[in-house]
Design a protein around this ligand. Structure first.
Ligand code: HH2
Length: 350
């Protein structure tokens, strides 16, 4: 496994957290401090000169370069996404019970019409899901989930130029969805279910790997983290390494910190505030905060009154380095994202 390097430049004393700790510790870097399984190295003016000559130096330089550079495009089977501007992914839940749009597009006809409408509104990707993953939601079997999403994916993939993604944790559903025309698998479990990594590696499709602790049923049971950003990043790094070991390529991968999945409102805010740190991982970043409960908590707003809050989070996420924003309100989000992108500092070409 390649080392995990988490660089933090926003601090008054920039530093890197390096794992595996033994490899980093063996270098005898002055002032380096061990914290559990991580070595903290002050970057100082030399930007990690002290690692020179070690295998870690190259990885640290890459992590620092990733922070400054434009995001690399997604290059996957049948799909190439230029991420020099942030994209809007429209949420299309073909479910009776999703937390904000449950039941609205539960018939294939209504879902297809809404998908076409989202494309008109400026969506760059349509994400079709057949199982709610809200806290304590009920498991839907693969046959039921497939019956919900396949006709919609087939119709949208046949009539739209933009890619259609399938939001599923189940390899059986993902496989059929890919056959029906989906060009991306969006998996809130981080491709954890047996066979999902193999499917992504074998088909070469793009994959969103999201962080979630446990399952939607259990994810809010344990919200304790020492450092939520560091722990989510480490999880995403490890899942991505496993996927690459299975034969997938880096260009297929999009990472997602999983806003609202096993995090407190404060932890969700912290992730968006510190999103920039995730960029050192070098993969495109997706953020899905649309209408979620931490926005309701800040604004005292019910689900249907969270548009402004969602747009504010989307804008800050883009300013902090998000490449894809997953949203229900596509027309408004696409405009907010374009405006936030225009205000972003220019990045170096990667
Ligand atoms: N959030 C939800 C579902 N899928 N996928 C990614 N990559 N990131 C997210 O943050 C994310 C996601 C939950 O939102 P929604 O689909 O609106 O609700 P439900 O799960 O109740 O259908």
């Amino acid at each position: 496994m390649r080392p995990f390097i988490h660089t933090v430049l926003s601090s008054s004393r920039p530093y890197a957290l390096i794992e595996p700790v033994e490899e980093a510790e063996a270098l005898g870097i002055p002032g380096a401090a061990r914290d559990g399984g991580t070595l903290r190295v002050e970057l100082g003016d030399e930007g990690g000169e002290m690692l020179r000559g070690s295998a870690l130096q190259e990885h640290l330089e890459k992590a620092l370069r990733n922070l400054r550079s434009e995001t690399r495009p997604v290059r996957a089977s049948g799909l190439s996404l230029d991420l020099s501007r942030p994209l809007t992914m429209g949420v299309l839940n073909v479910t009776p019970d999703s937390f904000s749009d449950g039941g609205e597009h539960f018939s294939a006809k209504k879902a297809i019409d809404r998908g076409l409408e989202m494309a008109e509104e400026g969506a760059d990707i349509i994400d079709v899901g057949g199982e709610s993953t809200r806290p304590c939601s009920h498991y839907v079997d693969a046959r039921t989930e497939s019956a919900r999403v396949l006709p919609v994916i087939e119709a949208l993939a046949a009539s739209l130029d933009i890619p259609v993604s399938v939001d599923t944790r189940k390899p059986a559903v993902a496989e059929k969805a890919i056959d029906a025309g989906a060009r991306m698998v969006n998996d809130v479990s981080g491709l954890r279910e047996e066979g999902m990594m193999r499917l992504v590696a074998d088909t070469g499709v793009a994959a969103v790997m999201m962080h979630m602790r446990g399952t939607p049923r259990t994810m809010q049971d344990d919200l304790s983290y020492n450092d939520v950003v560091h722990e989510v990043m480490r999880y995403l790094h490890r899942q991505r390494e496993e996927l690459l070991d299975a034969g997938a390529s880096l260009g297929q991968v999009i990472l997602d910190p999983g806003i609202g999945f096993g995090k407190s409102p404060q932890q969700n805010l912290e992730i968006v505030r510190r999103l920039q740190e995730f960029r050192c991982l070098g993969s495109p970043l997706l953020v899905g905060a649309s209408r979620k409960s931490f926005i309701g908590k800040v604004l005292g707003a019910e689900t249907e009154q969270r548009l402004e809050g969602s747009l504010a989070v989307a804008s800050v996420a883009v300013a902090n380095g998000a490449d894809v924003i997953r949203a229900h309100d596509v027309a408004e989000t696409a405009k907010a994202v374009a405006m936030a992108a225009a205000l972003r500092p220019v990045r170096e070409r990667s």
